[in-house]
Design a protein around this ligand. Structure first.
Ligand SMILES: Cc1ncc(COP(=O)(O)O)c(C=O)c1O
Length: 333
């Protein structure tokens, strides 16, 4: 396999690297496999998470394009929106967040990520999911008419640049732990950007690790499509990351009947278990669902017993502090 043409140097350093790779000794002795956690929740910007790696490449692209304002879209508790606001603050850029609520109006409570965005500053407007694209057009036009140079970042940092952040993470991880000794890397899969970057990163290094995605919102088919699209985009301009990467493994059976952003019993149990065994916080929307799914897959024999598993902690800590989780008596059950 030849190497990809994507240039992983095209980034702005936004946080300290490497993030720690820690052995989960008590989880390992409880659950019959060898677990490590890659602590991307500890990317040292704006309360951390996987968006920091994506935004290193995205903000580089924005600045190359002459942007002075970052605009993005997200749900009301979007980690990506919070991290975009933190990136804008650090890089002395303006920021406009377009946030989706059911009513299209401001939420009843300013809490979790939304509270941190208030502290970080920047502008916010609200819209419904169905009006989102019209609202993006409105904000972009308004900024242009004021003489600004806005750069629009897709929700979740979904882009080839975002995926490059996770190609870079693979290099960092392999420096910390020899690839041969990793059987599985397990990640939450939302837009699929992180997943695509990990696949591309391992393929580029010619290291055989199964990347296991746990979908937090979309069907397996939709995730696969999004991941393939990003891999194809990474190849445009002469790149040679294989798009026939083999099976793209995404499980969509852990989303829960109430869908994205709700706590399942399994996610709750995983959050409590990892906190009580290791003193590490997960949250119900992404990492709790993913960790719980990983244990279930191991239990069902879909992941080999005694294997070496790296869990990618993608962050989302502020999502623990939202009232919908408190009111479900999530933690006392
Ligand atoms: C905490 C957390 N984990 C995982 C993800 C999923 O990442 P991706 O959109 O790259 O699939 C997100 C994205 O929204 C996130 O905020």
């Amino acid at each position: 396999m030849t190497k990809s043409q994507v240039c992983l140097n095209n980034k702005i350093d936004l946080f300290s690297k490497p993030t720690p790779l820690e052995e989960l000794t008590r989880v390992s002795s409880t659950y019959q496999a060898n677990f490590w956690v890659k602590r991307d929740d500890l990317t040292s910007l704006g309360a951390g998470g996987n968006k920091a790696r994506k935004l290193e490449y995205i903000s580089h692209d924005a600045i190359e394009a002459g942007a002075d304002t970052l605009v993005t879209l997200g749900s009301i508790q979007s980690n990506h929106a919070r991290m975009t606001a933190a990136t804008a603050a650090k890089l002395d850029l303006e920021c406009h967040l377009i946030l989706i609520t059911d009513s299209g109006n401001s939420p009843d409570k300013i809490e979790g990520n939304r509270l941190l965005e208030e502290i970080l500053g920047g502008n916010v407007s609200y819209t419904t999911a169905s009006n989102a694209s019209a609202e993006i057009d409105r904000i972009m036009e308004r900024l242009h008419s004021k003489g600004k140079s806005p750069y629009f970042i897709e929700g979740g940092g979904h882009s080839k640049e975002g995926a490059m952040g996770y190609m870079n993470c693979v290099t960092e991880l392999l420096d910390q732990k020899s690839g041969d000794s990793i059987d599985y890397l397990v990640t939450a899969t939302g837009t699929g950007t992180t997943h695509a970057g990990l696949l591309a990163g391992f393929a580029q290094k010619d290291v055989d690790v199964d990347v296991i995605g746990i979908s937090v919102a979309r069907s397996t088919e939709r995730c696969e499509e999004e991941i393939r699209d990003i891999l194809t985009e990474l190849n445009q301009g002469g790149g040679s990351i294989p798009t026939n990467i083999g099976d793209i493994i995404v499980y969509d059976d852990y989303i829960g009947e109430d869908g994205y952003g709700t706590a399942t019993d399994r996610a709750r149990d995983a959050v409590k278990s990892v906190a009580r065994l290791e003193g590490i916080f997960l949250e119900p929307t992404y990492t709790g669902k993913t960790f719980g799914a990983m244990l279930d897959l191991l239990n069902r024999g879909e992941l080999d017993a005694k294997s070496n598993i790296v869990f990618l902690h993608t962050g989302g800590f502020p999502g623990l502090f939202v009232s919908r989780f408190e009111s479900e008596r999530v933690w006392t059950k």
